[in-house]
Design a protein around this ligand. Sequence first.
Ligand code: GLY
Length: 407
Amino acid sequence: MGKRNLTMKINSDLEVSGLRAALEQAFDFGLRQLAGMMKQWPCDKAAPIYTDNGVWTRPAYMWTDWCPGFYAGMMWLACERTGEPFWRQAAEQYTRALEGRKFDREVHDLGFIFMSTADRWYRLLGDDDPTRQGLKDLLITAGTIQSFRWKASGEDHYIYSFHGPQSLFIDIMMNIRLLFRAHQLGASRELYDKATTHARTTEKYLVQKSGARLMDTDGAVIHEAIFNPERGEFRNLSTQQGYSPFTCWARGLAWAMYGFTDTYLFTGERFFLETAERCAAYYLTNTPDDGVPFWDYGAPAIPREPLDSSAAAIVAGALWKLQGIAETRGDAKTYRQAALTILATLTSDEFTGAKAAAYEGILRHGVYHRPMNWGVDESVMWGDYFFMEALHMVLSEVTVERSGSAN
Ligand code: GLY
């Protein structure tokens, strides 16, 4: 990879029309890779998580099984984009195989699993479709189960991570979307309130504010906060997948941008939109010129550190949503051009697996867990999903809408 300058260079001349062929080619390549993957990983076999030398793998030791919804979710994206019955059938089959996870009390990942599958399916159905009620029940049940991971002690409340009540993770911002959605579909108001409270607590501890603490930079994101498990008071910042509790883990920043944007769309509360935009400002100011970050903004050996293309793919989708929100404070054109700049990079030969021999993934140069050395400089299941989702949103010029508040 060539030399990279450490400030993102947003190409302000990019238009979807000029990029269309490259984006379509990348999406079609994704479909071919997905079809190949389905031969090796049928729906009765647990889904892989990342590639090992370009070959999909499911590690013997599973930290947490949070990715099968991205695999099936790509089938829903394929179905939405192509309308082909093959994809519809596959998407339904793989989604049904996940249904039992709605009762999973061990993880904080039910939003990852069901928002890309059951909810995509539900949104495609007409009012009188007989499948609708079953999917609605599934989403309400899964959202309610997820809401039981509630840290209620002390002053700060949140949905706690799979590590236990002491632990608040940034990626749970993506999972509270399931609580909002379940509430929209008829679950109790408590789910909406918990999701909103969770987002406020996350902003308070995990999104830096300039000047609040020595060396804090506005919009930078921390992976984890630890609280006293019994009395509930805040103890310290921490990280699992980032370099340190004081540096910005790139994927955490991406989850925050996407999660706070969706929280705004669910609630209409400007505070959440402003939070997403503060994270976006950090990304646009601190990411290298081609729009793809190193795995942690404070990793010590930059520029000789692995990239995380999955963070870039998630951010491309978040920026695309932000550009369509009329109330943004930032410049919608900048968000749009930045999303396109990222996708122009990710669809290049350097980043797709198209030109890599016998490569099974779609998007190269992702990272799962750098400190543990899992899936480093590989394809990762969520990277492929959010890449395909961003391509689909841009190619279809999808615009987001506020889906209302509970008030
Ligand atoms: N578990 C979420 C992540 O690895 O980003």
